[in-house]
Write a protein that binds this ligand. Structure first.
Ligand SMILES: Nc1ncnc2c1ncn2[C@@H]1O[C@H](COP(=O)(O)OP(=O)(O)OP(=O)(O)O)[C@@H](O)[C@H]1O
Length: 494
């Protein structure tokens, strides 16, 4: 090139590209491999090898400050050391040279025969730079020992988080991954019945971590429930239904007065498989359900949203057995029905939630929600958290918005002129203890139900909250969201 006069711009560019250090390194690596000019130099294979001689593999890995990404185990009888598992995306996995079941005979030239796994690990941890393994490869390695679940999994732990450091059962705490209830995980390996490998989404790390499998979590959950049996009780429900819940609490009534359809049990579903779903513009809208502690403002926000655009947004007309007042019209404020019909609807599972207050039943029916959705509008309801499962269905595809209280100081400022709904005839201004109660209720609600919240908003200033709510409702209808995989390929219809 240098000797050619008047070279073209392209040729000059090519010349400078070829001089880039990365390209130079690539070319030189190519030459080295072509000339087999690399370490370690293996002795020639003797001609007179017996037929049953084991094939060995020499594996060289450059550690570069990262973990090996594999765990080992010792055969209790023979004392041989094996690779127990290879962590997806870790150093060993990316090399493609070490596999679960490979027998390790030497590490960095030293035999591991008779060593305890801890001693082998210590040896590995001590060595800097290159790690050299002599392994007898597993003969019948499964062609694909990784079950790739491309969908995400929502975690629904009964305890707030999982920490491998706190779990005495995990085979290797360093290989474990901590996660919280509600985290979105990509499960990359389910080949082991007890320990899966997963990455948190959105994933920043190439390397997966060990998490307990569904089976193992169920076992842990059972233990957890057994030792934490005392009541997990949430306060905070919407006006009429909330009032009936409050009444049953105050009177200490043993008779349950608030119900939802859900037979859901977190014990059965510690992980929930989820997929990306975007509503087709021709499809019905997704139901929007607001949840929040009593007094936080879910009804106020819902009212304002519907007032902004009543053509688009609408609430579901509830059912009641109470007598209509002179100015009330059935199908407007309530569907007024008799007790027998109400009980029949309960029996036929027609209510998303219902309750009894002052000898009358109140409830929100599935059909009332469907009526709004069928009319092409967006149905916006508020529910108590126990009812979340009854709206998380293939049919309603509810988008759950959690309305969170701001700090007590901000509540004091913003709720100066507001009135809290009470059991008594009159509502009254908020008191200090109302804010504390709300904070406590919010804390409990979040710790038990956060995995179901598609969106969280803080109801601080009303105007700002309405804007936030509008945005969330739009996102629910127009943007891709994670939803339970069962909505997309439903297995059972209710
Ligand atoms: N961001 C806000 N700023 C000021 N006042 C608010 C705000 N949000 C709600 N409020 C007021 O707080 C009071 C309680 O709100 P709302 O009735 O909506 O509570 P709720 O969450 O529905 O609880 P409940 O079901 O127990 O009535 C109302 O007077 C409402 O106007």
């Amino acid at each position: 090139m240098r000797t050619v006069p008047n070279t073209s711009a392209e040729a000059r560019e090519l010349y400078s590209l070829l001089r880039e250090p990365h390209l130079q390194a690539l070319i030189s690596t190519h030459d080295m491999v072509a000339q087999k000019d690399y370490d370690p130099v293996l002795p020639p294979i003797p001609d007179n090898l017996p037929d049953d001689e084991e094939a060995m593999r020499i594996v060289c890995l450059v550690k570069n400050k990262q973990q090996l990404g594999a765990t080992i185990k010792r055969n209790g009888i023979t004392g041989e050391i094996f690779v127990a598992r290879v962590i997806h995306g870790g150093l060993a996995d990316r090399s493609g040279l070490l596999h679960a079941g490979d027998r390790i005979t030497e590490v960095n030239g030293y035999s591991v025969n008779g060593l305890e796994p801890e001693q082998v690990i210590e040896r590995l941890a001590r060595s800097q730079g290159t790690l050299m393994f002599k392994v007898v490869p597993i003969t019948d390695r499964p062609v694909n020992n990784q079950t790739i679940v491309s969908n995400g999994m929502f975690t629904d732990l009964p305890f707030p988080d999982y920490s491998p450091q706190q779990d005495p059962a995990i085979p290797c705490a360093e290989a474990g991954m901590d996660f919280r209830k509600g985290d979105l995980l990509e499960i990359v390996d389910q080949s082991d019945s007890l320990w899966w490998q997963a990455k948190k989404l959105p994933s920043t790390s190439a390397c997966a971590g060990l998490i307990p499998s569904t089976n193992l979590l169920r076992r842990k959950q059972k233990e957890f429930w057994c030792t934490n049996i005392e009541g997990i009780y949430l306060t905070g429900f919407r006006r009429s239904l909330r009032l009936c819940r409050r009444q049953s609490l105050n009177t200490g009534s043993s008779q349950q007065s608030f119900y939802t359809r859900s037979g859901y049990n977190a014990l059965n579903n510690p992980y929930e498989e989820v997929v990306r779903y975007q509503r087709n513009p021709q499809d019905k809208h997704r139901l929007v359900a607001l949840v929040g502690p009593s007094g936080v403002g879910v009804n106020e926000l819902r009212r304002r949203l519907i007032k902004i655009n009543p053509v688009t947004f609408q609430g579901a007309v509830p059912h009641t057995t109470r007598a209509a007042r002179s100015y009330e019209e059935s199908g407007k404020e309530y569907h007024f029905i008799n007790r027998e019909l109400f009980e029949n609807m309960v029996y036929n599972n027609r209510f998303l939630e219902y309750g009894e207050y002052k000898d009358n039943f109140y409830g929100t029916s599935r059909d009332a929600v469907k009526d709004v959705l069928n009319s092409g509008r967006i149905c916006v309801i508020d529910i108590e958290p126990h009812a979340i499962q009854s709206v998380r269905t293939h049919e309603l595809k509810a988008y759950i918005i959690y309305v969170k209280p701001p700090t007590a100081e901000r509540m004091k400022e913003t709720r100066k002129d507001a009135q809290i709904t009470t059991n008594y005839y009159d509502n009254r201004p908020f008191k200090e203890e109302d804010f504390q109660e709300m904070e406590e209720a919010a804390r409990k609600m979040e710790s038990h139900y956060c995995q179901f919240f598609d969106s969280v908003m803080v109801n601080d200033g009303l105007q700002d909250s309405c804007v936030q709510l509008l945005r969330a409702v739009r996102r629910a209808q127009d943007e891709p969201q994670w939803v339970p995989a069962s909505w997309i390929r439903p297995t059972e219809e209710f």
